[in-house]
Design a protein around this ligand. Structure first.
Ligand SMILES: *[C@@H]1O[C@H](CO)[C@@H](O)[C@H](O)[C@H]1NC(C)=O
Length: 225
């Protein structure tokens, strides 16, 4: 009778466990690169956003309803994931490149941030050619806040975004909350509603600037202007 030594069975067992674990890890990484784990986006309504209490960044902060920003002339608004994040700075610079065209159309460009830590907002301003407000209730990140955490690190798209922004020379820091994903909105004047809503689906997922500009061109200027 042929007997397999116990140690060999043990080794074989270890091997199959390792292969199983490796398989699970590979499957996990593949799955992480699909849309499977991404937070589902619930569309915001202009009413919901308009009711947000925003604060000015200056020391004597003033609180106002967000709809004031677009009531007359519409607006392009960036919800910044984190002012110190270099991908966010890259996106801010991209949107700012539309500023001359937006100026011609008479449409303002704004950004909102979730929190104000140290000089983070001031440090972000050079990348963004528009006024920045504080949305500490995070309405522009809702209705359902979408988070990306360690998943962001194993998504290929995120690494490609890092590489692109890094090559373009953008730098950042690690201050502040950065897991709740941001986005870009083009909101019409009066009751025109939201014309474009881009929700970041992973870190560094930028809005399509051509589409932003196209949406901005649809903004009607109210009579009162
Ligand atoms: C960007 O948007 C424009 C206009 O909607 C579209 O034609 C173009 O294909 C988009 N580009 C990408 C990369 O999705």
């Amino acid at each position: 009778m042929w007997i397999v030594p116990e140690s060999e069975i043990f080794t074989m067992g270890l091997w199959s466990i390792s292969i199983g674990a490796l398989g699970a890890a590979v499957a996990g990484i593949l799955l992480a690169n699909t849309e499977y784990f991404l937070a589902k986006t619930e569309k915001a309504s202009a009413e919901y956003l308009g009711d947000a209490d925003l604060k000015t960044i200056a020391d004597e902060s003033r609180t106002f309803k967000a709809k004031e920003l677009w009531e007359k002339n519409g607006a392009v608004i960036m919800a910044v994931r984190r002012p110190g994040c270099f991908l966010c700075r890259e996106e801010a610079a991209g949107l700012s490149s539309l500023k001359p065209e937006l100026d011609q159309l008479g449409i303002p460009l704004y950004a909102v941030v979730k929190e104000k830590i140290g000089t983070e907002v001031e440090d972000f301003q050079p990348y963004f050619k528009g006024e920045i407000f504080l949305d500490d209730k995070k309405r522009f990140y809702g209705p359902e806040k979408r988070k990306m955490m360690f998943l962001g690190m194993i998504r290929l798209g995120v690494w490609q975004n890092f590489r692109r922004a890094w090559k373009a020379g953008f730098e950042g820091n690690l201050e502040g909350e950065g897991f709740i994903l941001g986005g870009v909105f083009v909101i019409g004047s009066g009751n025109q509603g939201i014309l474009l809503e881009h929700r970041e689906k992973e870190f560094g997922d930028k809005a399509n600037l051509t589409a932003v500009l196209e949406a901005a061109k649809k903004i009607k200027h109210s009579e009162s202007h």
